[in-house]
Design a protein around this ligand. Structure first.
Ligand code: FES
Length: 131
């Protein structure tokens, strides 16, 4: 057993992710979905099916056995201030920003990035897009 595997549960999606983190790291990866819902008529992620994306991600991560300590956590977030690209989600520790349209996009993020550590280039938020 090497040093990385001694820190990581056997079902970890990405042992290398934990090995690069502080000793008290709890999740290998953490994805935050903006679910902000502006009531003033301005655009926000909630108007672009963000809740569906979040729900799909939670379901798929759990179904794949990726959820839990040493693995992956899926969390709700308020506005992440990148509204122009909404709906958005961000994956840490890599700080990779995604946008998505449907369930297949979420499934690809789960399988490729959250499970295997491979960034889904086609879903990246362009770096110039902010609020
Ligand atoms: S409303 Fe989602 S990033 Fe601002």
């Amino acid at each position: 057993m090497n040093e990385t595997s001694s820190q990581t549960p056997s079902h970890s999606p990405a042992p290398e992710a934990l090995s690069k983190q502080p000793a008290n790291a709890y999740y290998a990866r953490h994805i935050f979905f903006c679910l902000n819902d502006r009531k003033n008529g301005e655009e926000s992620c909630a108007q672009h099916r963000a809740q569906e994306g979040f729900d799909r991600c939670k379901t798929q991560v759990k179904a794949a056995g990726l959820a839990g300590a040493g693995k992956v956590r899926v969390n709700k977030a308020g506005c992440l201030d990148r509204c122009a690209a909404g709906p958005v989600a961000v994956v840490y520790p890599e700080a990779v920003w995604y946008t998505y349209v449907d369930a297949s996009d979420i499934d690809e993020i789960v399988e490729s990035h959250l499970k295997n550590g491979q960034v889904v280039e086609r879903l990246l938020v362009p770096s110039h897009l902010g609020r």
